[in-house]
Write a protein that binds this ligand. Structure first.
Ligand code: FES
Ligand code: FE
Length: 364
């Protein structure tokens, strides 16, 4: 019998394997550029691993943050001539991760095992993305507003919570919390019954639409409370499009990166087709207000790790339909990740002719 909130060991192993096959942002391009001299490695964390990212001169690279010599963090070193040089004894690692120089042994030999593990790394949406396990050609998650003509896209400051990335994503797609957590900002406590949408799997996305109760009279003009198209790109990206009756559109995008089982970092953007000369800070401030309303509850789950995917561990009701479908798909992904790359690709909808995205985010 599992305790409330827990998962079986198989589910946890499968979940971590599934999350390892997905791309996650580990930092912003601006954060990487702001390191000392603009070329020092940036220490980051993903799925419980300490990593470093560095600009090699031909784009960012990601490596396990540990020197093979005496296990010093390479992120306290520097990039020199396209190589990563350890701060302790100066060993230098080349683009493929192999050690190319041991200063104390100028005539060699360099030990054959002297290397650091490199990971897939890419840039999109002004973020540096990493994929720990490249055994499945998973695409970068779509951002439907990033290059859309007429959209003014604002990047919000990333924030870290002591919460599971999966709990945070479930919080974003939860329709029945608006009336309580966001009473007066996105919902009203006297209208607690949300619509129960049809939820479909399309390629790697869980899609549904939401028509909020009529609460707009009391809401800020910066509130996003109108017909909403949800695209949850499995496993931890949400792309939200808000369409107003007069044709204006606004957009929110989130990716929640699992730092480990109970800590996450959320990257997000807000976009609008109207009011391009308006005060950007007011739009960002409204989102900060909403996040501030969510944080006390979304960081208080017991226990804080992952999300219970075993049937019956928590009690769901009919109006939890979206999160039920999210959990169901996560569980599928967890078990299919253990079965192998083909099963995982199938579970993620990457087979069967669905459009996929190349590394630069373009559809192919
Ligand atoms: Fe890195 Fe010695 S610990 S070179
Ligand atoms: Fe919320």
């Amino acid at each position: 019998m599992l305790s409330p909130g827990t998962n079986s060991p198989d589910v946890v192993i499968g979940l971590e394997a599934a999350l390892s096959k997905a791309w996650h942002p580990v930092g912003t391009v601006a954060e990487l550029a702001a390191t000392p001299g603009g070329c020092a490695p940036l220490p980051v964390r993903l799925l419980g691993r300490d990593l470093g990212i560095a600009d090699s001169g031909s784009g960012p690279v990601c490596f396990t943050d540990r020197c093979a010599h005496r296990s010093v963090r390479l992120s306290v070193g520097a990039v020199e001539d396209g190589c990563l040089r350890c701060a302790y004894h100066g060993w230098a690692y080349g683009a493929d991760g192999r050690c190319v120089e041991v200063p104390s042994l100028p005539d060699g030999p360099i030990p054959a095992r002297a290397a650091v593990t490199r990971h897939d790394c890419a840039v999109a949406y002004d973020l540096v993305w990493v994929r720990l396990d490249g055994s499945v050609p998973t695409p970068l998650p779509v951002h439907t507003a990033w290059d859309e003509p007429g959209m003014r896209v604002l990047s919000g400051a990333p924030y870290e919570w002591s919460a599971s990335a999966l709990r945070r994503i479930e919080n974003i797609i939860d329709l029945s919390h608006f009336a309580f957590v966001h009473d007066g900002s996105l919902g009203r406590r006297d209208q607690p019954v949300p619509p129960v949408p049809e939820v479909t799997r399309v390629g790697p996305e869980l899609r549904f639409t939401y028509d909020p109760p009529a609460v707009s009279d009391e809401l800020s003009e910066h509130a996003l409370a109108t017909a909403t198209e949800y695209r949850l790109v499995m496993p931890t990206t949400v792309d939200l499009r808000f369409t107003y009756p007069d044709g204006r559109a606004r957009h929110l995008w989130f990716h929640c990166t699992p730092l480990d089982a109970s800590h996450c970092r959320t990257y997000w953007t807000m976009a609008r087709t109207d009011d391009h000369d308006g005060d950007d800070d007011a739009y960002l401030a409204f989102q900060d207000r909403v996040v501030g309303e969510d944080e006390p509850v979304a960081t208080s789950h017991v226990p804080p790790d992952w999300l219970p995917l075993e049937p019956g561990v928590e009690i769901s009701v009919h109006t939890d339909k979206v999160s039920i479908e999210y959990r169901r798909w996560l569980r599928d992904l967890a078990f299919d990740a253990l079965s192998g790359p083909t099963a995982f690709a199938h579970a993620l909808g990457l087979t069967g002719g669905e459009a996929a995205l190349d590394i630069d985010g373009t559809t192919r």
